[in-house]
Each structure stands twice: as structure tokens, then as C-alpha cells.
Design a protein around this ligand. Structure first.
Ligand SMILES: Cc1cc2nc3c(=O)[nH]c(=O)nc-3n(C[C@H](O)[C@H](O)[C@H](O)COP(=O)(O)O)c2cc1C
Length: 381
């Protein structure tokens, strides 16, 4: 399949749906409970209408900007995705390479298949690392130390997963790592040979950052149980201070949806916060990310860099979020579909699609630079 034939993120989603076993496609695609927040993320973005401006000289357009003070080719980064390497073998390495070739940051999840060290050994430039602080604080400390040793350029602390939201499809599908041996899953995987070969050839088949690093948890099944019991309902802002004391570099706080929390996040001295509801995978019934964004920008945008994620599937969506005050956006599923559809080339194509859409959307709204994008581009209804 040539990636050129895929012209939008939905095309990539359809190819990924055919290529990736159902349990892993659904894991990526679906949201928690009734998926109200998952759908609101998209619906509310689509409701933001842009002003069409004409006869503005837009011949000198540039998409370049900075994220966390570093120059980037366009205002996007690839979001941390657990089990990314189950969409395509070595998926984290492939996605990181595609991001770096496109001049944008890649963020590796704590729950990745490839370990921090695997990715560091396979790519040219530094990447970001996303941390879940687990009950086992010693393990969290060790992860931070590993991220420092791997020269990660930012630590993204995700704070919206103290308990796990339920995704019905994961239960129905027997979504475990490695996959539950159900006849249905075996037949499904047998009909996806391209996926099976890529995953079999991949370095690892389980949580690379955890396996072999948690004492007494060498067995994969006990590892899954360990993880389930490790998310910590007692996590608090004090833990953010503790992480700050361990991590000397740039800190990003991910998972803020409320103005009061945004104010607390700004007080931690973090470099940036991500307005996010975890892609509609945690609190179902929460507001969409895009509806939370302008209030948070108004409250703390002068004190802390504001990033955004949730529902971005096009360059038009990126422009909407930037117009409402985000400095940059994280792509979650948009790049994951690309990975499932075509590995590294698929991620590269997903980024290219969004870049081209953003470029044309800037032109049609009369914008020459990322800095020029603002609320004046939103049509008042
Ligand atoms: C399959 C999947 C796995 C995810 N795993 C993580 C994770 O391990 N850590 C994290 O901070 N966020 C995780 N997220 C949330 C994303 O980082 C991001 O916030 C979300 O995908 C943005 O919404 P979008 O997919 O609509 O773009 C995950 C999202 C998906 C879809």
C-alpha cells in the first residue's frame, strides 16, 4: 500500500482498521464508558468555525515555531501512547524516527513496548519521556533516572490517571499484553499476517520500561497484575514537587481540564501544561478539551506554555486550537492510525497530511506565521 494514496487521517484509520487486530485497533480507537467525552472532543472542535480571509498576501508562509523553547518545523508533537508498539512492531522507534525526520518532538510513554533505552539507541536526537508516578515511588524515581541517562529533553508528567477509566471494548476483546489466547483473537491475528510479522520481529512483546525492572516481576502475567495495582489514587500536587526535585530539565504537566487545576499547575514552575482529557479515555462526561482551552489560556496563558490535545484529526483542527490560544498540539490517534496503516512511512504521511492541511488553512485564513494565529480567526456566530 502506498501511503501517497491516503489523503486524510480517516483514510489511515480505515487502513489501520483492516491491518491491526481488532483488540489493538479498538484499544487505540475507543474511549471510556459511553464515550461521550471522546465524541465531544471531535464535535466541539468541528463547531469552531474559522474566518475566511481573502486577498491577503500569504506567499511567505512559515509553519515553524518553538515548543518548550526549542525550534520545531510545525506546532505539533507526537503524544505519549501506551502499547504503541502493538500497532506495528517497534512502533515507538518508528514513530520517533518519523517525528524527528519531520522536525517535531516525540514523547515515549511509560507504558510503551520499546524501553527508553531501546528508543535512545535507535534514534539520532533526544525525545521526551512521559511518566506515570506509580505507588512504587522507587520505581518512579528509577524511571526518571533512566530518562536522564537517556538524555530525554523533557519529562511529561501525566496526572489524569490516578484510577483507570474503563473501556468496554478492551474487556470484551480480551485486550491484554500479550494478547489473551481466545479462538476469536487467534483467528483475527491469523488474518493479519503483515501485523503479525512486524510484531514478531519487534524487539519486545511486553511493557519494555517495566519488564526486568520491577523486582520479582519477570513473568509477564504477574507484570500485568502489578500494573493494575500500581496506579495511585493518593497522588497529589506534592508528588509534582517531588518529581521536580528529581528532574532537572523541562517539565510538562499533562491532563489539565479545569481552571483551578491549571492555576495549581502554573504554580509548580513547570514549563508547560497540556489541556487534555486523555483523548476521552478517562472521565466520561468531562467537557471536551477544546471547550476547556480558552478558559485555561485566559487564566494562566501568561504564566505557563499551553499545549493542547484531544480530537485533533486535521490541520484545520490544529489551527482551531492555536486560534483559541494553544501554543502547540499533541497528536494521539491521528499518528497512531498512520502507524497501524504503514509503520514509519504511515506516521510520516500522517504528519505530512496535517502539515499540508495546516499550511493551506493558514493561507485561506490570511495567516503567514504561527505567531499571527489568534482568536481573530474564529468566526463569531
Ligand atoms: C491508545 C492510546 C494510548 C494512550 N496512552 C497514553 C499514555 O500511556 N500516557 C499518556 O499520558 N497518555 C496516553 N494517551 C493519551 C494521549 O497521550 C493523548 O492525550 C490523546 O490521545 C489525545 O487525544 P486524540 O487521540 O484524540 O488526539 C493514550 C491515548 C491513546 C489513544
Amino acid at each position: 500500500m502506498t501511503m501517497r494514496a491516503l489523503t486524510c487521517i480517516e483514510d489511515m484509520r480505515q487502513v489501520a482498521r483492516r491491518r491491526v487486530p481488532k483488540m489493538f485497533f479498538d484499544y487505540a480507537d475507543r474511549g471510556s464508558y459511553a464515550e461521550e467525552t471522546l465524541h465531544s472532543n471531535r464535535e466541539d472542535l468541528q463547531r469552531v468555525k474559522l474566518r475566511q480571509r481573502v486577498l491577503v498576501d500569504v506567499s511567505q508562509r512559515s509553519l515553524a515555531t518553538t515548543i518548550l523553547g526549542e525550534p520545531v518545523a510545525l506546532p505539533i508533537a507526537l503524544a505519549p501512547i501506551g502499547l504503541c508498539g502493538m500497532q506495528w512492531g517497534d512502533g515507538e522507534i518508528l514513530a520517533c524516527r518519523a517525528a524527528q525526520a519531520a522536525g517535531i518532538p516525540f514523547c515515549l510513554s511509560t507504558m510503551s513496548i520499546c524501553a527508553i533505552e531501546d528508543v535512545a539507541a535507535a534514534v539520532e536526537q533526544p525525545f521526551w519521556f512521559q511518566l506515570y508516578v506509580m505507588k512504587d515511588r522507587g520505581f518512579a524515581r528509577a524511571l526518571v533516572e533512566r530518562a536522564i541517562a537517556a538524555r530525554c529533553s523533557a519529562l511529561v508528567l501525566t496526572i489524569d490517571l490516578q484510577v483507570l477509566g474503563q473501556r468496554h471494548y478492551d474487556i470484551r476483546n480480551g485486550m491484554t499484553v500479550p494478547p489473551e489466547i481466545k479462538l476469536r483473537n487467534v483467528i483475527d491475528i491469523a488474518t493479519k499476517p503483515g501485523w503479525a510479522i512486524s510484531v514478531l520481529r519487534g524487539k519486545r512483546k511486553t511493557f519494555g520500561n517495566l519488564a526486568g525492572h520491577v523486582r520479582g516481576m519477570e513473568n509477564v502475567n504477574s507484570l500485568a497484575q502489578w500494573i493494575a495495582g500500581q496506579f495511585d489514587p493518593a497522588l497529589s500536587w506534592k508528588d509534582v514537587d517531588w518529581i521536580r526535585s528529581l528532574w532537572p530539565g523541562k517539565l510538562v504537566i499533562k491532563g489539565v481540564l479545569d481552571v483551578e487545576d491549571a492555576k495549581l499547575a502554573a504554580r509548580t514552575g513547570a514549563t508547560a501544561l497540556v489541556v487534555s482529557n486523555h483523548g476521552g479515555r478517562q472521565l466520561d462526561g468531562a467537557v471536551s478539551s477544546i471547550s476547556a482551552l480558552p478558559k485555561i489560556v485566559d487564566a494562566v496563558g501568561g504564566q505557563i506554555e499551553i499545549m493542547f490535545d484531544g480530537g485533533i484529526r486535521s490541520g484545520q483542527d490544529v489551527l482551531r486550537a492555536l486560534a483559541l490560544g494553544a501554543r502547540s498540539c499533541l497528536l494521539g490517534r491521528a499518528y497512531l492510525y498512520g502507524l497501524g496503516a504503514g509503520g514509519e512511512a504511515g506516521v510520516a504521511r500522517a504528519i505530512e497530511i496535517i502539515r499540508n492541511e495546516l499550511d493551506v488553512t493558514m493561507a485561506l485564513t490570511g495567516s503567514n506565521s504561527i505567531a499571527e494565529i489568534g482568536r481573530h480567526l474564529i468566526a463569531q456566530s
